[in-house]
Design a protein around this ligand. Structure first.
Ligand code: SF4
Length: 149
């Protein structure tokens, strides 16, 4: 079983109430090869919601909203739920939305809300990788499409 970002599977769970649907990723879910999860919704945040990005404050990563509030707790809660699902279903691969403060891996938005990127990992991607899950995104997932399960 593969974990995918719910927005890539067509769920309208993005901060702005839209999706990032990728037909092949949605197909994986419809064929029961993947499970679609949105860590930010699982963390208790509403959709639509305030856009958030990661920033480093006093050597610690925080998730701060455009409204200047700290949403680190909700993001962390959602990430832990996704890790629990990954463990329960023995998921070894995740296809997660690039650049997101939750789902990005290797590169995320830089905290300036200007669309610029920086090196880093979303909270969910970081925790999944730490637990042995291979993280792919919507641009590089094609190599695993022939997997049976
Ligand atoms: Fe998509 Fe992940 Fe953001 Fe949810 S948290 S909308 S799954 S990128």
């Amino acid at each position: 079983m593969i974990i995918v970002s719910a927005c890539l599977a067509g769920c309208k769970c993005r901060y702005d109430g839209k999706s990032n649907e990728v037909a092949e990723i949605k197909k994986l879910v419809l064929e029961n090869k993947a499970i679609a999860l949105c860590p930010e919704e699982l963390g208790g945040l509403p959709t639509p919601r305030i856009p958030c990005e990661q920033v480093k404050i006093n050597n610690e990563f925080k998730v701060i909203g455009q409204d200047k509030n700290d949403y680190t707790r909700e993001f962390t809660k959602g990430a832990k739920i996704v890790v629990n699902v990954a463990k329960a279903l023995n998921c070894k691969i995740a296809i997660l939305k690039a650049n997101s403060p939750s789902c990005g891996y290797g590169q995320i938005y830089d905290g300036s809300f200007t669309g610029k990127h920086t090196k880093g990992n979303g909270i969910t991607s970081y925790l999944l990788a730490k637990n042995g899950v291979q993280i792919l995104n919507e641009e590089n997932f094609h190599s695993i499409l022939n997997l049976k399960n």
